[in-house]
Design a binder for this molecule. Structure first.
Ligand SMILES: CSCCC(=O)C(=O)COP(=O)(O)O
Ligand SMILES: [Mg+2]
Length: 232
């Protein structure tokens, strides 16, 4: 029986196409202007320098922007890129250019579990500020009050068991009492290795071919949050 739920975002609570077709292109377009306007602010500079350092050291901001745009195209889950994307999306949410997609069954499930007293946590490659913006401006309104904590890749990669051990430690629960929800089998494998319970969220909108048999990695598989029973 779960005493806390940890959820992924993209492909789990929310559609992959919103992230790939709305958020990523918005960040790609806005990146050059954002770097020109904010590149000297320490909170931005530190991430630009981190990207430059990974690309042979000193390089011009224009080159850093090109590297970052390449990473967006490749869907790299790099902490520096995710931090900068989060800052850029803030303007998009503020100006109401978009609201964050959330599946109605996910919003309902989160509200139901929260009302039942289950603490809810997010673990996403999106930065913590980006996660707060996402759930603060969702299609179902501001859902941030539902969550007790937020984790991003500063805690470690989502395919590494140690990240889930660190999250369990931070939540102050044994891993075996945490249920992790994700659309990515490799993430669920890492969570299971750390001792967490797992559910593969296999939505038809995101994965037209149902994953069955070996493709589930042996994780319990559901198509919507309605089918998840944290008491099981
Ligand atoms: C938190 S907002 C955008 C999500 C994002 O940038 C991303 O890479 C999604 O990764 P996830 O770990 O939620 O699948
Ligand atoms: Mg995902």
């Amino acid at each position: 029986m779960a005493r806390a739920i940890l959820t992924d975002i993209e492909g789990t609570t929310s559609g992959i196409s919103f992230v790939k077709d709305v958020l990523f292109p918005y960040a790609r377009r806005a990146l050059p202007g954002f770097v020109r306007a904010h590149g000297s602010e320490p909170g931005v500079r530190k991430w630009l320098d981190a990207v430059a350092a990974e690309n042979g050291g000193v390089c011009r901001d224009e080159m850093v922007v090109e590297v970052l745009q390449g990473w967006i195209d490749q869907d790299r889950k790099h902490t520096a890129l995710k931090a900068l994307q989060g800052m850029i999306w803030a303007a998009g949410y503020r100006d109401a250019d978009f609201t964050a997609h959330i599946y109605p069954d996910a919003a309902d499930g989160l509200v139901r579990w929260h009302a039942a007293g289950l603490p809810l946590y997010v673990y996403s490659s999106g930065s913590v500020p980006a996660q707060r913006l996402f759930f603060g401006h969702s299609d179902a309104g501001d859902l941030t009050r539902l969550f007790s904590g937020w984790f991003d890749t500063e805690v470690g990669g989502k395919r590494e068991a140690d990240s889930y051990r660190r999250i369990a430690e931070a939540i102050e629960l044994p891993a075996s009492e945490i249920l992790f929800l994700s659309d990515v089998v490799e993430e669920l494998d890492a969570a299971r290795e750390a001792g967490m319970d797992t559910v593969l969220v296999d939505r038809r909108e995101d994965y037209p071919e149902a994953r069955t048999g070996e493709a589930t990695g042996g994780h319990l598989r559901v198509e919507t949050f309605d089918r998840i029973d944290p008491q099981a």
